[in-house]
Ligand binder design. Sequence first.
Ligand code: C2E
Ligand code: MG
Ligand code: MG
Ligand code: MG
Length: 288
Amino acid sequence: SAKASGRGCYSIFGPHMDALVRERAEIERDLRDALSDYSQFEVLYQPKYFAATGAIGSVEALVRWHHPTRGLISPAYFIPIAEEAGLIRELGRFVLKEACRAAAAWPIANVAVNISAVQLRDEGFAMEVMAVLAATGLAPQKLEIEVTETAWMDSFDSCVANIRALRAAGICIALDDFGTGFSTFGRLHETEVDHIKIDKMFVEGLGKNRGDEAIIQAIVELARAKGLKTTAEGVETEEQNAFLTQIGCDELQGFLFAKPMRRADVADLLSKTGWKRKAFVGGLGRSA
Ligand code: C2E
Ligand code: MG
Ligand code: MG
Ligand code: MG
């Protein structure tokens, strides 16, 4: 990493790399500033739908950073920087509180929060989550925690105590971006997780790449054999929807159904009793 190579070494990368390193340092500084009052951050929510009924099962919290001069910055870019800079705990706590507060007011549906391995390694993390639940009045059964498969593989041993404490309290654990870590198939630690989220890379390949179809089918079958729930992310087309529903994937999420949206829009969506996604192919016909 840039840090490991030391401050004096930038010039060996040439002018382009210098610019990147400078930008990275600026982002880190701005992130630190933004964490003083959180006003530049916004939490959006994207529904996940039960494939069998078309109803919303849970809603995933996804953080956004509205940078004062650079505009909207993707979490895929700034979350790793926050992790390396030691800022992810604060940011993660903010998202968790926002998400639990929002979900406590929802009539139905769970809330899913992405948690960094850095947070899961902290000794007091499970206690901190319980404190947020108590403060917001959200039942533990309504919270799902998403951990990426790669983070899970890299730091399972240091996270397992928190994972067990969270699950003992009734909180579900989902393995996010499943299939990208390659080796978890053999050592899924299936007794420590509840859900598997199939990475959108494989969903994207449906209808184009027979290998991806086979991988998804294998993941769904493995999960079913182990009693785990499956969610497919990044569903964008009717063809993907039909395939995933037909092979028995439990939950679907993607732009075909809903994009990440503001908290107030989720409340509207959920308050329509029996709200179901459009173009539902699962057998009950089309509903509003
Ligand atoms: P993720 O948890 O795997 O979330 C899925 C990403 O795919 C989200 O991107 C979502 O907006 C996007 N997405 C959803 N449906 C579709 C679709 O149909 N097509 C396509 N192309 N994309 C779709 P987003 O919001 O930019 O987040 C990127 C990643 O950043 C997340 O991936 C997650 O790993 C991380 N992240 C986001 N919020 C947080 C957070 O609060 N804490 C932590 N630790 N990580 C976060
Ligand atoms: Mg996620
Ligand atoms: Mg994912
Ligand atoms: Mg992802």
